[in-house]
Design a protein around this ligand. Structure first.
Ligand SMILES: CC(C)(COP(=O)(O)OP(=O)(O)OC[C@H]1O[C@@H](n2cnc3c(N)ncnc32)[C@H](O)[C@@H]1OP(=O)(O)O)[C@@H](O)C(=O)NCCC(=O)NCCS
Length: 199
C-alpha cells in the first residue's frame, strides 16, 4: 500500500467538521481496534466539553488528512487534563507528531490560565513524556493496564494564544513537486516513495 508523503503537517485545534470526524475515526482505529481498550467507540462525557486537537497532513499548506489527535479539558481551578493522544500508525516515530500534539495541548491550556496540566499515560509512553519535561506523580491501573499519572512542567510549555492556527512542521522527507500535485489531485504519484520507505 502506498501512503502519502506530505510536505508539511499542521498541529492545531480542530475547527472544521471533517477534522472532528476524522479525529474520532482515528481514535476508534487506535483505541478500539489496535489497543482494544474500548469496544466500538471511545467517546465519553469528556468529549462534550473538551477541546479537540488535530495533526493534519498537508501539501504546501493544503490540509488533506487527520494523522494525529489529542483532547484537552479544564477540570476547574486551573487544573487541565490531556487524553486520547493518538497518531496514525503509518505516521508514527518521526519524532515530531505526537511530540508537537503534546506541545500544543499544554501550551494552549497554559494560555487559558492552566496552572497544572496532568495526563494518565500508558506506561510504555512514560519515557517519551519524561523526555518532554513531564514528571510521574504516581501510578494507577486504568482499563486493566498500568498507567503513570504525570504532570507537565509548564515552564517548558510557553503559552500559545493562537491554537486555531497552531504550529506548522516541515516533513522530514520532502516530496517531489510531482508527488505534491498528484496528492492534491488525488492521483497516485509515479515513483512516489511509501511512508514506510521514507523513514
Ligand atoms: C504515543 C504516540 C502518540 C507517539 O506519537 P509519535 O508521533 O510516534 O511520537 P513522536 O514521533 O513525536 O515521538 C515518539 C518517538 O519518536 C522518537 N524520535 C524522536 N526523534 C526522532 C527522529 N528524529 N526520528 C525518528 N524518531 C524519533 C522518540 O524517541 C520516540 O520514541 P519512543 O516512543 O520509542 O521512545 C503514538 O505512538 C501512538 O499513537 N500510540 C498509540 C496510542 C497511544 O499509546 N497513545 C498514548 C496514550 S498515553
Amino acid at each position: 500500500m502506498t501512503y502519502p508523503d506530505y510536505s508539511d503537517y499542521t498541529i492545531k485545534w480542530a475547527t472544521l467538521p471533517w477534522e472532528v470526524e476524522q479525529a474520532h475515526a482515528l481514535r476508534r482505529q487506535v483505541f478500539c481496534e489496535e489497543q482494544q481498550l474500548f469496544e466500538k467507540d471511545d467517546r465519553d462525557a469528556t468529549d462534550d466539553h473538551a477541546h479537540l486537537l488535530v495533526a493534519l497532513g498537508s501539501y504546501g499548506g493544503w490540509h488533506q488528512q487527520v494523522v494525529g489527535t489529542v483532547r484537552i479539558h479544564h477540570q476547574g481551578d486551573g487544573l487541565w487534563y490531556g487524553s486520547r493522544l493518538a497518531v496514525d500508525p503509518v505516521f508514527r516515530s518521526q519524532g515530531q507528531l505526537g511530540t508537537t500534539l503534546i506541545q500544543l495541548a499544554v501550551s494552549s491550556a497554559h494560555a487559558l490560565g492552566c496552572q497544572c496540566f496532568m495526563a494518565t499515560v500508558q506506561q510504555q509512553n512514560e519515557a517519551l513524556f519524561q523526555r518532554l519535561n513531564w514528571a510521574t506523580r504516581h501510578y494507577a491501573v486504568l482499563f486493566g493496564q498500568r498507567h503513570a499519572v504525570m504532570e507537565a512542567d509548564l515552564a517548558a510549555y510557553p503559552p500559545c494564544h493562537t491554537p486555531n492556527s497552531g504550529f506548522v512542521l516541515r516533513a522530514r522527507r520532502q516530496p517531489r513537486n510531482s508527488e505534491c500535485w498528484a496528492g492534491l489531485l488525488g492521483m497516485p504519484a509515479s515513483g512516489s516513495a511509501t511512508q514506510q520507505e521514507a523513514r
